[in-house]
Design a protein around this ligand. Structure first.
Ligand SMILES: [Zn+2]
Length: 350
């Protein structure tokens, strides 16, 4: 095995046989640490699997995830749109789910559990069903009801709606996993490893000066910042692209903490952009630290700005994105960025 797990709080180490993504000593989230890391993409493999060597070892089945299109914006030739809506369940979450499902199978679990505002549940339930694993989902009251109906009907997941927000749903999922010997999936280290591949793809294809990315639980931005550092340290790139995190103004604990220099403070989500309605991002403080080193920025966008971009995206390209999915385009318009920029169109489930 080429990696081990390290607790982000107490520093305890676990080897690859450890079956959980949270620390048994202190309960904090773990991170994947590679013993040796070389960056080299394998062009013979499709999609995210070109980067399989940079993922935690597992018997991966090469589902058609990643390798999504980078579309030049009709509005601004300096802006490119990374269409994560082309993934099997129409969001970037699939990149993380295939890593988690592989680990779940490797450890012999029969059931997988997660908390979600919608897209993660979609993705987990989809890949769980494909592999004959039962899925249990705790849904917060910020979740999108249409998404939930689909998850239940199409992917036969067992769904429990809780009266609370995403962070409470996450606590329910953690308790359920411990009690029922289910694999706890969600915004943890294995998912983050899969999701970082979106940054590898963008950088190898476009070498942009800036990448704009929406922030919910901050797993994606953290993974992307990690990917940039990995590429830089391995000598695969000379200059790091600047990362700009984008949140909804009505749920922007990350942007506020980044601006004030303090730690993240919980904020009750009021945005309709359900995919980024997270009041206390799990990877938030860790991502802020990395974002500062990257000399990146964080910006918030209004509900109206996201809705306008959603309409414009549909009219211009004939493609459906959700509000969170176009937050990065709205963010781009608020900034005065120089050089080539890429906006991650994170999800298209409405
Ligand atoms: Zn610990």
């Amino acid at each position: 095995m080429k990696y081990f797990l390290e607790c982000t709080k107490c520093g305890m180490h676990f080897d690859e046989k450890y079956k959980r993504q949270v620390c048994s000593a202190c309960g904090a989230i773990l991170d994947v640490k590679y013993k040796k890391f070389n960056f080299s993409s394998d062009r013979k493999k499709e999609g995210m699997w070109a980067y399989e060597d940079m993922l935690p070892d597992a018997k991966y089945r090469h589902y058609a995830v990643g390798g999504t299109k980078l579309l030049q914006s009709n509005e601004n030739p300096d802006l490119f749109l990374k269409l994560e809506i082309q993934n099997p369940t129409r969001s970037f979450k699939d990149r993380g789910s295939v890593v988690e499902i592989s680990k779940c199978l490797e450890y012999g679990y029969k059931e997988i559990v997660c908390a979600s505002t919608g897209n993660m549940a979609f993705s987990i339930a989809y890949f769980a069903k494909l592999n004959n694993i039962k899925s249990k989902i705790f849904i917060s009251n910020d979740a999108n009801n249409d998404k939930i109906k689909d998850i239940k009907n199409t992917h036969s997941a067992s769904i429990t709606k809780i009266n609370g927000d995403f962070n409470l749903a996450q606590k329910f999922a953690e308790k359920y996993a411990a009690k029922n010997n289910a694999f706890l999936a969600g915004d943890y280290c294995y998912r983050k490893e899969g999701q970082k591949t979106v940054a590898y793809e963008i950088i190898e294809e476009a070498e942009p000066s800036n990448i704009l990315v929406p922030i919910g639980n901050a797993t994606l931005i953290y993974g992307m910042l990690q990917a940039i550092k990995e590429m830089k340290d391995a000598g695969a790139i000379k200059k790091s692209p600047k990362i700009i995190g984008v949140q909804a103004e009505l749920c922007s604990p990350f942007v506020k903490a980044f601006g004030s220099g303090k730690n993240i403070k919980y904020e009750k989500p009021r945005t309709m952009a359900d995919a980024i309605a997270v009041g206390y991002p799990t990877f938030g403080d860790m991502a802020i630290e990395k974002l500062r080193k990257n000399q990146g920025e964080a910006v918030s966008v209004t509900e109206k700005e996201m809705m306008q971009e959603q309409q414009a995206f549909y009219k211009e390209y004939g493609l459906v994105a959700e509000m969170a999915g176009v937050a990065a385009i709205a963010g781009f318009k608020k900034m005065n960025l120089k050089g080539k920029s890429v906006a991650v169109i994170s999800g298209g489930n409405v």
